[in-house]
Write a protein that binds this ligand. Structure first.
Ligand code: BTN
Length: 325
């Protein structure tokens, strides 16, 4: 939790620690030194935002039974990792976990620190897009890396993020595909995405923030009409695991991949990525900052660049967006 948690955040946390019992508005008001009207207003806003809060006359409020928090009772993740997820900041609601990670970095976040939120009010996707992050229905997570990376690692990191999510999902019976650079697809629709933000010089990256968003239980009407054809959630492909278990599995997979990457670079992970590659040997269009390309997707380079066979010959693309033609 950040230094100045909002009343809404404190209310959700209080309801979580009540473990399914009702907590009265009066008790909440007293605990947080605010009026009952302020509690009522904050709870109404949380409900309007989609938090599954049940109210009962004279008893107060509790979280719905099917709400599975992203952290365990002591606020941790319980991942079997050395660094990733060993320090956690958890927000019931936040603008973007990427922003919260930046704040934490300025305060000295350790390598591997993780920010999790039940809801983001200003979640960011790649290419300046908005990332919808309804409460309790996804994993909205940022992983802070401060150890020995360079700017050239940024592209590989985004591939590793997607691979970690895909490999974690297979542990729960899903069969994901990877769309370069970092979309995770289920039956051809996007279930998860990765956003890398970093800062540093060419030879040293001061930090990278790996933002991971997984739609776990998002409903069709969580997505705007134009996204419904291309976006999906795990729940549409089989009963999802508890989100905390998936967070653990993602962090364990990512840490193991980073260890391989540190010693061998992307090359030893390439085969694992390619085994899940979507659109391989298909003609795709790629939109980059400079131009639009079209060609056959024939593989990835040792550094994770996309290799296209175009009419003008082989072209390697470092960053861009893939579209099916
Ligand atoms: C994409 O466009 O595919 C990347 C989506 C990344 C979304 C995640 S959710 C957690 C983190 N916080 C954000 O604001 N964005 C990333």
């Amino acid at each position: 939790m950040g230094a100045w948690p909002s009343l809404k955040n404190r209310i959700v946390e209080a309801l979580q620690s009540a473990d399914g019992d009702f907590v009265s508005g009066e008790a909440l008001a007293e605990r947080f030194g605010v009026s009952r009207a302020a509690v009522w207003k904050a709870v109404s806003q949380l409900k309007a935002e989609g938090f599954p809060i049940v109210s009962a006359h004279r008893r107060g409020y509790r979280l719905a039974e099917d709400f599975d928090p992203l952290v365990d009772a002591d606020g941790g993740i319980g991942a079997r990792t050395e660094a990733l997820g060993q320090a956690v900041r958890y927000f019931p609601t936040v603008d973007s976990t990427q922003n919260a990670a930046k704040v934490w970095l300025a305060e000295g976040a350790p390598h591997g620190a993780v920010v999790l939120a039940e809801q983001q009010t200003a979640g960011r996707g790649r290419m300046g897009r908005t990332w919808l992050s309804p409460p309790g229905r996804g994993i909205w997570m940022s992983v802070i890396l401060t150890d020995g990376l360079t700017l050239t690692d940024v592209h590989a990191l985004s591939l590793l993020g997607g691979l970690a999510v895909a490999e974690a999902l297979t542990r729960f019976g899903y069969d994901p595909a990877l769309k370069w650079p970092n979309d995770v697809l289920l039956d051809g629709k996007k279930a998860a995405g990765v956003l890398i933000e970093g800062q540093g010089e060419l030879d040293r990256l001061h930090h990278a923030i790996v933002g991971i968003g997984v739609n776990v239980k998002a409903h069709a009407d969580d997505f705007p009409a134009e996204l419904r054809k291309t976006a999906t959630a795990l729940a549409e492909h089989g009963a999802p695991p508890r989100r905390l278990l998936l967070v653990r599995a993602i962090l364990e997979a990512l840490e193991a991949e980073l260890a391989v990457y540190r010693t061998d670079g992307f090359s030893r992970l390439r085969a694992r990525w390619m085994a899940r590659a979507a659109f391989l040997e298909r003609t795709i269009a790629v939109r980059t900052a400079e131009r639009n390309l079209s060609g056959r997707f024939v593989g990835l380079t040792e550094r994770g660049m996309l290799v296209l066979r175009t009419d003008e010959g082989i072209v390697e693309v470092a960053s861009g967006e893939v579209l099916l033609t």
